[in-house]
Ligand binder design. Structure first.
Ligand code: NIG
Ligand code: FE
Length: 389
């Protein structure tokens, strides 16, 4: 997945791991002579790929929103449910009521399910606490998930996800407070990046800009839920702050694309949310390609808009719903996913990079994007260590 040749790849390949990193790779016939290794693993066919990087998840939460799925099937919209106090706010109530141990017990099987489909690195956002203490709790749980599963977890603070009820009618006060909280969370080592939901039902570009200024003043990178349900110019705003990524993007404009291309902001597409909310407006994939904007794909796992834990299904939907090629979809879940998190030590197979590897029992990687609702057998290594289910 180095992007150099279509499908790249090394038939009958071999790879050496040293100290958690890829030390060498090439044709098995070219293995350095006289090599002494501690352990030799024969994979007998199949395909070895970089571990998947799921660059957008909301994995830490309590409660279910399946009843909202029923309401939407009866004609209610995501926006109407949100404005009536459901949506994100209903998950906030359930998450606030759960203690830290419970949140961890709920999040761990989700992370393990992702790992069982090859995810070795994932981003976890807060955004269901929406108070200084509750957001910190969710971020601590996110860190604990990584410690427990061995996956790299990148934490993203998302206090500007929805307006909590105690701030009703005082969105600007809430944003001011969230800016202050950020410094405390950052001081506790809880934050790798800062995100917001820029949307008519969430926060305005001016409010997002204030949060971004606070983040950048702390040296934290930003990313944005942008142009999911309407065009509020969020992607261009994010690009002005050198955002790592702008995510969703169904309503992205040409100006947004141009700004992202200049800033090097990754487009993270989330077909799970598009599918589950039965959206019809497609992200401008062809224009993103033409502008050279890197395209990542992520599960967006969350209880309200994308309750999937399947990166493989996400690959398939990236192709069937958004028109990505299987190769683009796989690059989106590996090297462009890594770029969306600001990680340049993974997402490809190359000497010096982390040995985050997945061996799939398929004959060609395109099969991972083609089949859906199936899980070919896989073995997963994180920093050179094989994981056990
Ligand atoms: O990525 N768009 C905002 N945030 C989530 C949905 C959160 C929810 O509905 O609970 C998303 O789709
Ligand atoms: Fe999201």
């Amino acid at each position: 997945m180095d992007g150099a040749t279509p499908w790249g790849g090394q038939p009958d390949g071999a790879l050496l791991i040293d100290d958690g990193h890829i030390a060498w790779l090439g044709a098995a016939a070219d293995l350095p002579a006289g090599l002494r290794v501690d352990e030799e693993i024969h994979l007998d066919g199949g395909v070895l790929l970089p571990g998947f990087v799921d660059a957008h998840t909301h994995l830490v939460y309590a409660g279910s929103r399946a009843h909202e799925f029923e309401l939407r099937l009866q004609g209610a919209s995501y926006e109407t449910i949100a404005r009536a106090g459901g949506g994100i706010r209903s998950t906030v109530a359930a998450t606030r009521a759960a203690d830290e141990a419970t949140l961890l017990a709920l999040a761990l099987p989700r992370a393990r399910a992702l790992r069982a489909e090859g995810v070795t690195t994932l981003e976890i956002k807060s955004g269901y606490g929406l108070s200084e203490a509750d957001e910190a709790r969710c971020l601590r749980v996110a860190r604990a998930v990584g410690a427990a599963t061995g996956q790299t977890v990148r934490t993203t603070a998302l206090p500007a996800h929805a307006l909590p009820p105690e701030y009703a009618g005082r969105a600007d006060d809430y944003v001011d407070d969230a800016c202050r909280w950020l410094a405390g969370w950052h001081a506790q080592g809880l934050v790798d990046a800062v995100d917001a939901f820029c949307e008519t039902i969430a926060f305005s570009p001016a409010q997002v800009e204030r949060l971004f200024r606070a983040a950048r003043a702390l040296g934290l990178p930003v990313k944005l839920h942008a142009e999911q349900l309407s065009d509020s110019g969020g992607a261009a705003l994010a690009a002005r702050f050198q955002a790592l990524s702008a995510d969703h993007l169904e309503w992205l404009s040409d100006a947004g694309i141009a700004a992202m291309a200049v800033a090097g902001t990754v487009a993270v597409l989330l077909p799970g949310a598009f599918y589950f909310l039965r959206e019809t407006r497609l992200p401008p994939v062809q224009a993103l390609r033409a502008a050279g904007v890197p395209i990542a794909l992520a599960t967006d796992h969350n209880p309200g808009s994308s309750p999937t834990l399947s990166p493989l299904l996400t690959l398939n939907m990236g192709c069937t719903l958004f028109g990505l090629t299987p190769e683009e979809a796989l690059a989106g879940m590996t090297r462009h996913g890594a770029a969306a998190l600001g990680l340049h030590d993974r997402g490809r197979l190359a000497p010096g990079l982390r040995a985050d590897l997945v061996h799939w029992a398929v004959d060609h990687p395109r099969e991972l994007a083609a089949a859906f609702g199936q899980r070919p057998a896989c073995r997963v290594w994180i920093a050179g260590q094989e994981t056990r289910p």
